[in-house]
Design a binder for this molecule. Sequence first.
Ligand code: ZN
Length: 415
Amino acid sequence: MRVTTAFNRLLRLVGVNVTDVVFGVDTVVVTVRLRRTKLVCPLCDYSTHTRYDTRPVPSRWRHLDLGSWRLVVKADLRRLSCPEHGQRVEGVPFARHRARFTGDFESLVAWLATKMDKAAIQRLVRVDWDTVGRIIERVVVDELDPRRLDDLFEIGVDEISWKKHHNYLTLVANHRTGKIVWGHEGKNAKTFDRFFDELGEARSAQITAVSMDMGPAFAKSVRKKGHAPQAVICYDPFHVVKLATDALENVRRAHWRQLWDLNDKTAARKFKGARWALLKNPEDLTDTQDATLTRIRRSGGKLWRAYQRKEELRAIFAGDLNNQEVADMLDRWCARVQRSRLEPFVKAGRTIRQHRGGILAAIRLGINNGRIEGLNNQVRLIIRRAYGFHSPQAALALVMLTCGPIELNLPHEQT
Ligand SMILES: [Zn+2]
Protein backbone atom coordinates (compact mmCIF):
# COMPACT_ATOMS: atom_id res chain seq x y z
CA MET A 1 0.00 0.00 0.00
CA ARG A 2 1.35 3.41 -0.90
CA VAL A 3 2.00 5.86 1.94
CA THR A 4 -0.60 8.32 0.64
CA THR A 5 -3.30 5.62 0.50
CA ALA A 6 -2.43 4.48 4.01
CA PHE A 7 -2.70 8.04 5.26
CA ASN A 8 -6.03 8.44 3.51
CA ARG A 9 -7.40 5.72 5.78
CA LEU A 10 -5.46 6.76 8.86
CA LEU A 11 -6.63 10.35 8.86
CA ARG A 12 -10.32 9.58 8.47
CA LEU A 13 -10.76 12.98 6.88
CA VAL A 14 -14.03 13.26 5.00
CA GLY A 15 -14.02 14.07 1.32
CA VAL A 16 -10.31 14.38 0.62
CA ASN A 17 -7.55 12.51 -1.15
CA VAL A 18 -4.07 12.54 0.30
CA THR A 19 -1.58 13.64 -2.34
CA ASP A 20 1.63 13.95 -0.35
CA VAL A 21 3.12 13.08 3.04
CA VAL A 22 6.26 14.71 4.40
CA PHE A 23 7.91 13.58 7.63
CA GLY A 24 9.60 16.43 9.49
CA VAL A 25 11.48 16.43 12.79
CA ASP A 26 8.43 16.44 15.06
CA THR A 27 5.66 17.07 12.56
CA VAL A 28 4.07 15.08 9.75
CA VAL A 29 2.65 17.27 7.01
CA VAL A 30 -0.07 15.68 4.92
CA THR A 31 -1.19 17.47 1.79
CA VAL A 32 -4.74 16.77 0.67
CA ARG A 33 -7.07 17.73 -2.16
CA LEU A 34 -10.81 18.07 -1.84
CA ARG A 35 -12.70 15.42 -3.81
CA ARG A 36 -15.62 17.64 -4.62
CA THR A 37 -15.28 19.97 -7.55
CA LYS A 38 -18.01 22.35 -6.42
CA LEU A 39 -17.09 25.16 -4.08
CA VAL A 40 -19.23 25.43 -0.93
CA CYS A 41 -19.73 28.57 1.14
CA PRO A 42 -18.31 28.03 4.65
CA LEU A 43 -21.33 29.76 6.21
CA CYS A 44 -24.29 28.36 4.30
CA ASP A 45 -25.33 25.67 1.83
CA TYR A 46 -24.59 27.72 -1.24
CA SER A 47 -22.41 25.89 -3.74
CA THR A 48 -21.09 26.78 -7.17
CA HIS A 49 -18.67 25.67 -9.84
CA THR A 50 -17.51 29.22 -10.39
CA ARG A 51 -14.34 30.36 -8.71
CA TYR A 52 -14.03 33.96 -7.63
CA ASP A 53 -10.42 34.03 -8.85
CA THR A 54 -7.71 31.53 -9.73
CA ARG A 55 -5.39 32.36 -6.84
CA PRO A 56 -5.12 29.39 -4.46
CA VAL A 57 -5.41 29.97 -0.69
CA PRO A 58 -2.84 27.83 1.13
CA SER A 59 -4.50 26.54 4.31
CA ARG A 60 -3.47 24.29 7.19
CA TRP A 61 -5.13 22.56 10.11
CA ARG A 62 -3.75 20.72 13.08
CA HIS A 63 -5.15 17.17 13.17
CA LEU A 64 -4.95 14.44 15.85
CA ASP A 65 -1.37 13.67 16.82
CA LEU A 66 0.34 10.69 15.27
CA GLY A 67 2.09 9.15 18.27
CA SER A 68 4.24 11.97 19.58
CA TRP A 69 4.22 13.76 16.22
CA ARG A 70 2.03 16.68 15.48
CA LEU A 71 0.05 16.12 12.34
CA VAL A 72 -0.69 19.01 10.04
CA VAL A 73 -3.09 18.82 7.10
CA LYS A 74 -2.45 21.17 4.20
CA ALA A 75 -4.62 22.05 1.24
CA ASP A 76 -4.89 24.74 -1.38
CA LEU A 77 -8.40 26.10 -1.17
CA ARG A 78 -10.33 28.24 -3.63
CA ARG A 79 -12.35 31.42 -3.31
CA LEU A 80 -15.99 31.76 -4.20
CA SER A 81 -18.53 34.53 -4.16
CA CYS A 82 -21.63 33.70 -2.09
CA PRO A 83 -24.71 35.81 -2.85
CA GLU A 84 -25.31 36.14 0.87
CA HIS A 85 -21.84 36.15 2.42
CA GLY A 86 -19.76 37.68 -0.33
CA GLN A 87 -16.25 36.65 -1.21
CA ARG A 88 -15.15 33.70 0.93
CA VAL A 89 -12.61 30.91 1.03
CA GLU A 90 -14.49 27.66 0.39
CA GLY A 91 -15.54 25.52 3.33
CA VAL A 92 -14.06 22.07 4.00
CA PRO A 93 -16.02 19.08 5.31
CA PHE A 94 -13.44 18.16 7.96
CA ALA A 95 -13.02 21.46 9.82
CA ARG A 96 -15.18 24.28 11.13
CA HIS A 97 -15.20 27.71 9.58
CA ARG A 98 -12.13 29.74 10.60
CA ALA A 99 -10.74 26.87 12.68
CA ARG A 100 -7.07 26.07 12.48
CA PHE A 101 -7.87 22.57 13.72
CA THR A 102 -9.78 19.67 12.22
CA GLY A 103 -13.17 18.73 13.63
CA ASP A 104 -11.69 15.56 15.14
CA PHE A 105 -9.02 17.54 16.97
CA GLU A 106 -11.66 19.94 18.30
CA SER A 107 -13.89 17.08 19.45
CA LEU A 108 -10.99 15.65 21.41
CA VAL A 109 -10.14 18.99 23.05
CA ALA A 110 -13.81 19.62 23.94
CA TRP A 111 -14.12 16.21 25.53
CA LEU A 112 -10.91 16.69 27.49
CA ALA A 113 -12.04 20.13 28.67
CA THR A 114 -14.94 18.53 30.52
CA LYS A 115 -12.71 15.99 32.23
CA MET A 116 -9.30 17.48 32.84
CA ASP A 117 -7.71 20.49 34.43
CA LYS A 118 -6.13 23.29 32.47
CA ALA A 119 -2.47 22.33 32.90
CA ALA A 120 -3.07 18.71 31.89
CA ILE A 121 -4.93 19.62 28.69
CA GLN A 122 -2.35 22.17 27.63
CA ARG A 123 0.41 19.67 28.15
CA LEU A 124 -1.35 16.79 26.43
CA VAL A 125 -2.60 18.54 23.30
CA ARG A 126 -0.01 21.33 23.16
CA VAL A 127 -2.35 24.28 22.68
CA ASP A 128 -2.74 27.27 25.00
CA TRP A 129 -5.76 27.82 27.21
CA ASP A 130 -7.27 30.66 25.18
CA THR A 131 -7.18 28.41 22.13
CA VAL A 132 -8.98 25.73 24.13
CA GLY A 133 -11.58 28.43 24.91
CA ARG A 134 -12.09 29.26 21.25
CA ILE A 135 -12.30 25.60 20.29
CA ILE A 136 -15.02 24.83 22.82
CA GLU A 137 -16.97 27.92 21.78
CA ARG A 138 -17.11 26.53 18.23
CA VAL A 139 -18.01 23.03 19.39
CA VAL A 140 -20.84 24.32 21.58
CA VAL A 141 -22.32 26.41 18.75
CA ASP A 142 -22.39 23.29 16.59
CA GLU A 143 -23.38 20.59 19.05
CA LEU A 144 -25.82 22.23 21.45
CA ASP A 145 -29.29 20.74 21.06
CA PRO A 146 -31.27 23.37 19.12
CA ARG A 147 -34.53 22.21 20.72
CA ARG A 148 -33.29 22.87 24.24
CA LEU A 149 -35.57 25.92 24.64
CA ASP A 150 -38.71 24.05 23.60
CA ASP A 151 -40.89 22.50 26.27
CA LEU A 152 -39.60 24.45 29.23
CA PHE A 153 -42.03 24.35 32.17
CA GLU A 154 -40.15 24.59 35.46
CA ILE A 155 -36.94 26.51 35.18
CA GLY A 156 -34.36 27.92 37.53
CA VAL A 157 -32.24 31.02 37.06
CA ASP A 158 -29.03 31.78 38.87
CA GLU A 159 -25.94 33.90 38.60
CA ILE A 160 -22.39 32.74 38.97
CA SER A 161 -19.13 34.61 39.05
CA TRP A 162 -16.70 33.25 36.48
CA LYS A 163 -13.72 35.44 37.25
CA LYS A 164 -12.56 37.71 40.02
CA HIS A 165 -13.69 41.36 39.98
CA HIS A 166 -17.36 40.83 39.44
CA ASN A 167 -17.65 39.04 36.13
CA TYR A 168 -20.93 37.18 36.14
CA LEU A 169 -22.87 34.75 34.03
CA THR A 170 -26.60 34.25 34.31
CA LEU A 171 -27.61 30.63 33.77
CA VAL A 172 -31.01 29.10 33.18
CA ALA A 173 -31.67 25.45 34.01
CA ASN A 174 -34.48 23.17 32.93
CA HIS A 175 -35.57 21.52 36.17
CA ARG A 176 -37.09 18.53 34.40
CA THR A 177 -33.87 17.51 32.70
CA GLY A 178 -31.40 18.99 35.16
CA LYS A 179 -29.50 20.66 32.32
CA ILE A 180 -28.36 24.23 31.78
CA VAL A 181 -30.19 25.42 28.67
CA TRP A 182 -29.25 29.07 28.40
CA GLY A 183 -26.61 31.51 29.60
CA HIS A 184 -25.40 35.05 29.11
CA GLU A 185 -22.89 37.48 30.54
CA GLY A 186 -24.30 39.69 33.32
CA LYS A 187 -26.60 39.18 36.29
CA ASN A 188 -29.38 41.75 36.31
CA ALA A 189 -32.98 41.92 35.11
CA LYS A 190 -31.84 42.99 31.63
CA THR A 191 -29.71 39.86 31.30
CA PHE A 192 -32.71 37.68 32.09
CA ASP A 193 -34.83 39.77 29.66
CA ARG A 194 -32.61 38.46 26.88
CA PHE A 195 -33.60 34.93 27.75
CA PHE A 196 -37.30 35.74 27.33
CA ASP A 197 -36.58 37.62 24.09
CA GLU A 198 -34.92 34.52 22.72
CA LEU A 199 -37.65 32.26 24.02
CA GLY A 200 -40.47 34.32 22.48
CA GLU A 201 -43.97 34.86 23.85
CA ALA A 202 -45.44 31.47 22.97
CA ARG A 203 -42.76 29.42 24.68
CA SER A 204 -42.58 31.85 27.63
CA ALA A 205 -46.33 31.40 28.17
CA GLN A 206 -45.77 27.67 28.87
CA ILE A 207 -43.54 28.29 31.85
CA THR A 208 -45.25 27.37 35.09
CA ALA A 209 -42.55 28.02 37.70
CA VAL A 210 -39.26 29.89 37.95
CA SER A 211 -36.96 29.25 40.88
CA MET A 212 -34.34 31.80 41.89
CA ASP A 213 -32.51 33.46 44.76
CA MET A 214 -34.25 36.10 46.88
CA GLY A 215 -32.82 39.12 45.07
CA PRO A 216 -35.35 41.31 43.18
CA ALA A 217 -33.70 41.34 39.72
CA PHE A 218 -34.83 38.06 38.18
CA ALA A 219 -38.37 38.26 39.60
CA LYS A 220 -38.78 41.68 38.01
CA SER A 221 -37.95 40.26 34.61
CA VAL A 222 -40.31 37.28 34.98
CA ARG A 223 -43.23 39.59 35.86
CA LYS A 224 -42.98 41.63 32.67
CA LYS A 225 -45.68 41.38 30.04
CA GLY A 226 -44.71 38.95 27.30
CA HIS A 227 -42.33 37.16 29.66
CA ALA A 228 -43.82 34.71 32.17
CA PRO A 229 -46.11 36.65 34.55
CA GLN A 230 -48.24 33.49 34.87
CA ALA A 231 -45.36 31.55 36.41
CA VAL A 232 -45.07 30.92 40.13
CA ILE A 233 -41.90 32.50 41.43
CA CYS A 234 -40.29 30.24 43.93
CA TYR A 235 -37.20 30.32 46.04
CA ASP A 236 -35.50 26.99 46.02
CA PRO A 237 -34.13 25.49 49.25
CA PHE A 238 -30.60 25.73 47.85
CA HIS A 239 -30.78 29.51 47.95
CA VAL A 240 -32.64 29.58 51.27
CA VAL A 241 -29.98 27.48 52.96
CA LYS A 242 -27.34 29.69 51.36
CA LEU A 243 -28.74 32.64 53.35
CA ALA A 244 -27.91 30.78 56.56
CA THR A 245 -24.50 29.71 55.28
CA ASP A 246 -23.68 33.33 54.45
CA ALA A 247 -24.92 34.45 57.85
CA LEU A 248 -22.73 31.84 59.53
CA GLU A 249 -19.77 33.06 57.49
CA ASN A 250 -20.41 36.60 58.75
CA VAL A 251 -20.52 35.42 62.36
CA ARG A 252 -17.28 33.51 61.83
CA ARG A 253 -15.50 36.50 60.33
CA ALA A 254 -16.62 38.79 63.12
CA HIS A 255 -15.37 36.27 65.66
CA TRP A 256 -12.03 35.99 63.89
CA ARG A 257 -11.63 39.78 63.81
CA GLN A 258 -12.35 39.86 67.51
CA LEU A 259 -9.58 37.38 68.24
CA TRP A 260 -7.26 39.38 66.05
CA ASP A 261 -8.14 42.66 67.79
CA LEU A 262 -7.57 41.05 71.17
CA ASN A 263 -4.11 40.35 69.82
CA ASP A 264 -4.63 36.63 70.28
CA LYS A 265 -2.68 35.85 67.09
CA THR A 266 -2.25 32.12 67.67
CA ALA A 267 -5.93 31.60 68.31
CA ALA A 268 -6.80 33.72 65.29
CA ARG A 269 -4.49 31.78 63.02
CA LYS A 270 -5.72 28.47 64.29
CA PHE A 271 -9.24 29.63 63.83
CA LYS A 272 -8.79 30.53 60.18
CA GLY A 273 -8.96 26.86 59.23
CA ALA A 274 -12.42 26.67 60.75
CA ARG A 275 -14.11 28.10 57.69
CA TRP A 276 -14.70 24.85 55.83
CA ALA A 277 -15.37 22.90 59.00
CA LEU A 278 -18.33 25.20 59.56
CA LEU A 279 -19.57 25.60 56.01
CA LYS A 280 -19.33 22.10 54.65
CA ASN A 281 -22.03 19.56 55.35
CA PRO A 282 -20.97 17.58 58.44
CA GLU A 283 -21.02 14.31 56.49
CA ASP A 284 -18.40 15.68 54.08
CA LEU A 285 -15.84 16.78 56.66
CA THR A 286 -12.28 15.54 56.70
CA ASP A 287 -10.90 14.22 60.00
CA THR A 288 -9.08 17.48 60.70
CA GLN A 289 -12.19 19.54 59.96
CA ASP A 290 -14.21 17.23 62.16
CA ALA A 291 -11.77 17.81 65.02
CA THR A 292 -11.98 21.58 64.45
CA LEU A 293 -15.75 21.41 64.62
CA THR A 294 -15.60 19.46 67.87
CA ARG A 295 -13.36 22.16 69.31
CA ILE A 296 -15.84 24.85 68.29
CA ARG A 297 -18.66 22.87 69.86
CA ARG A 298 -16.76 22.48 73.15
CA SER A 299 -16.00 26.18 73.37
CA GLY A 300 -19.67 26.91 72.64
CA GLY A 301 -20.59 30.56 72.30
CA LYS A 302 -21.94 32.53 69.39
CA LEU A 303 -20.19 30.62 66.69
CA TRP A 304 -21.51 27.26 67.79
CA ARG A 305 -25.02 28.65 68.07
CA ALA A 306 -24.72 30.08 64.56
CA TYR A 307 -23.56 26.72 63.27
CA GLN A 308 -26.52 24.98 64.87
CA ARG A 309 -28.99 27.41 63.28
CA LYS A 310 -27.45 26.75 59.86
CA GLU A 311 -27.68 23.01 60.29
CA GLU A 312 -31.28 23.26 61.53
CA LEU A 313 -32.31 25.17 58.45
CA ARG A 314 -30.57 22.66 56.22
CA ALA A 315 -32.39 19.82 57.98
CA ILE A 316 -35.78 21.41 57.28
CA PHE A 317 -35.13 21.02 53.54
CA ALA A 318 -33.56 17.58 53.68
CA GLY A 319 -36.64 16.20 51.95
CA ASP A 320 -38.12 14.00 54.68
CA LEU A 321 -40.81 16.42 55.89
CA ASN A 322 -44.26 16.99 54.42
CA ASN A 323 -45.29 20.45 53.21
CA GLN A 324 -47.08 21.40 56.43
CA GLU A 325 -44.14 20.28 58.56
CA VAL A 326 -41.75 22.34 56.46
CA ALA A 327 -43.97 25.41 56.91
CA ASP A 328 -44.20 24.91 60.70
CA MET A 329 -40.50 24.23 61.16
CA LEU A 330 -39.58 27.21 59.01
CA ASP A 331 -41.78 29.53 61.11
CA ARG A 332 -40.28 28.15 64.29
CA TRP A 333 -36.78 28.61 62.91
CA CYS A 334 -37.50 32.24 62.03
CA ALA A 335 -38.88 32.90 65.50
CA ARG A 336 -35.83 31.33 67.11
CA VAL A 337 -33.25 33.31 65.11
CA GLN A 338 -35.21 36.49 65.83
CA ARG A 339 -34.27 36.04 69.50
CA SER A 340 -30.77 34.73 68.80
CA ARG A 341 -28.85 38.01 69.15
CA LEU A 342 -26.89 36.85 66.10
CA GLU A 343 -27.38 39.90 63.87
CA PRO A 344 -26.69 38.14 60.50
CA PHE A 345 -29.22 35.45 61.42
CA VAL A 346 -31.81 37.97 62.52
CA LYS A 347 -31.47 39.47 59.05
CA ALA A 348 -31.64 36.09 57.31
CA GLY A 349 -34.76 35.24 59.29
CA ARG A 350 -36.38 38.46 58.19
CA THR A 351 -35.60 37.78 54.51
CA ILE A 352 -36.98 34.26 54.80
CA ARG A 353 -40.17 35.54 56.41
CA GLN A 354 -40.63 38.03 53.57
CA HIS A 355 -40.23 35.30 50.98
CA ARG A 356 -42.12 32.60 52.85
CA GLY A 357 -44.75 32.13 50.13
CA GLY A 358 -42.18 31.54 47.39
CA ILE A 359 -40.11 29.22 49.55
CA LEU A 360 -43.11 27.04 50.35
CA ALA A 361 -44.17 27.14 46.69
CA ALA A 362 -40.91 25.47 45.73
CA ILE A 363 -41.64 22.69 48.23
CA ARG A 364 -45.25 22.36 47.06
CA LEU A 365 -44.24 22.20 43.39
CA GLY A 366 -41.64 19.59 44.20
CA ILE A 367 -38.76 21.57 42.68
CA ASN A 368 -36.09 18.98 43.16
CA ASN A 369 -33.51 20.55 45.39
CA GLY A 370 -31.06 17.68 45.25
CA ARG A 371 -30.87 18.19 41.53
CA ILE A 372 -30.46 21.97 41.83
CA GLU A 373 -27.73 21.52 44.39
CA GLY A 374 -26.00 18.91 42.25
CA LEU A 375 -26.11 21.12 39.19
CA ASN A 376 -24.92 24.11 41.18
CA ASN A 377 -21.98 22.20 42.57
CA GLN A 378 -21.11 20.91 39.12
CA VAL A 379 -21.22 24.43 37.64
CA ARG A 380 -19.14 25.83 40.50
CA LEU A 381 -16.55 23.14 40.05
CA ILE A 382 -16.28 23.67 36.31
CA ILE A 383 -16.29 27.47 36.50
CA ARG A 384 -13.02 27.48 38.44
CA ARG A 385 -11.41 26.07 35.34
CA ALA A 386 -12.85 28.94 33.30
CA TYR A 387 -11.08 31.58 35.41
CA GLY A 388 -8.19 31.78 32.97
CA PHE A 389 -10.34 32.35 29.91
CA HIS A 390 -10.25 35.57 27.93
CA SER A 391 -13.99 35.95 27.46
CA PRO A 392 -17.31 35.24 29.14
CA GLN A 393 -18.30 33.37 25.98
CA ALA A 394 -15.53 30.83 26.54
CA ALA A 395 -16.51 30.45 30.20
CA LEU A 396 -20.12 29.96 29.20
CA ALA A 397 -19.11 27.44 26.54
CA LEU A 398 -17.34 25.36 29.18
CA VAL A 399 -20.46 25.40 31.34
CA MET A 400 -22.71 24.40 28.43
CA LEU A 401 -20.27 21.72 27.36
CA THR A 402 -20.37 20.15 30.82
CA CYS A 403 -23.90 20.88 32.04
CA GLY A 404 -25.86 21.53 28.86
CA PRO A 405 -27.81 19.28 26.51
CA ILE A 406 -24.80 18.23 24.48
CA GLU A 407 -23.57 14.84 23.57
CA LEU A 408 -19.83 14.83 23.19
CA ASN A 409 -18.21 12.01 21.32
CA LEU A 410 -14.58 11.23 20.83
CA PRO A 411 -13.43 10.98 17.19
CA HIS A 412 -13.46 7.15 17.20
CA GLU A 413 -17.01 7.10 18.61
CA GLN A 414 -18.42 9.22 15.83
CA THR A 415 -20.06 7.59 12.88
ZN1 ZN B 1 -22.95 31.79 2.15
